[in-house]
Ligand binder design. Sequence first.
Ligand code: PLP
Length: 377
Amino acid sequence: MTAEILLSPPDIGALEESYVLRAIRSGWVAPAGPELAAFEREVADRAGTRHAVAVSSGTAALHLALLTLGAGPGTVVLVPTLTFVATANAVAYTGAEPVFVDCDPTTGNIDIGLLAELLNRLPAAGERIAAVIPVDMFGACADYTALLPICAAVGVPVIEDAAEALGATYRGRPAGSFGRVAALSFNGNKIITTSGGGMLVSDDGPLLDRCRYLATQARQPVPHYEHTEIGYNYRLSNVLAALGRAQLARLDEMMARRRDLRERYAKLFAAVPGVRLLGDHDPGANCWLSVVVVDPDRAGWHAAELAAHLADRQIETRPVWKPMHLQPVFASARSALTGAAARLFEQGLTLPSGSALTEPQIGRVLDAVSAFLEARR
Ligand SMILES: *Cc1c(COP(=O)(O)O)cnc(C)c1O
């Protein structure tokens, strides 16, 4: 019986152990503490922003960003349809209406032409757009050169969903530094993990102060417990921040391993007609997950067949995110579509990409893919 090879398992070792132990032994187990402040400082540096607030998840970060930018009942928020559900859920928590935007077929990131059209059409019809949330899909940044000016022109703030993109760059600038505020995730499958956690990063100090306040039950700065509005219990713990600091210290090494694996996939697929890797246009991608896109008409086989072949060999794969406009929970939502996201959902397959994969495991995956391709030539 061969062990199952997972898509992106946590990559945790001796450094993480020593940092967490140090945090516990320091006595700072309860919510805040020095590790938390240091983790915020270090992530802000990495994301190229002046400020950061650590929270319990990427979803919480998005929720707070939306609240502080005025998303709520009677407003709409433009969200890519190709994303993890958290992006859209955070909008729903505020009472705002998510409007889904299709993606660029090449990159999987938000379609700039459709976005521009909505940014003009919706306000002309009397609607208020509270924010746009571009997602840096699978660790490759959205096209900010095109996106930021069209949002600025109509005065709509941008929340960068960089949950998948820590360590990535776009034209030399780090993921997390685009828009008014960005959300990062340290969930168990992300490029670095605190087992569960997230962060808000921004140059806007007052905005992040308000996020920090809302994340701590909206407690007023007086000795007794005084509250004038509804808050949330969204802060990250000091112990988990210590875990995050160890992971962050290893980010470059872990990214290099993921990039190396992606390059090996790229070599395998290079000569296969109708097959490409999503995001291979982007040298700044952090290579969080490698996604192969298969055009069955040209390749002569479907992505699902490769998935079945790998599953038989205990190798985990996953389809690309099922678009939000196809999700039952958002069936009544409005969307602007070209069909690109639906096609990527049909044709895309996420391959094992984790930095914790051992060389024998990687060998098993590459051999299994080669055998599949060989049989279909
Ligand atoms: C993981 C993820 C989130 C949510 O992060 P959590 O920490 O799991 O709450 C949000 N958006 C995207 C695009 C993600 O991949």
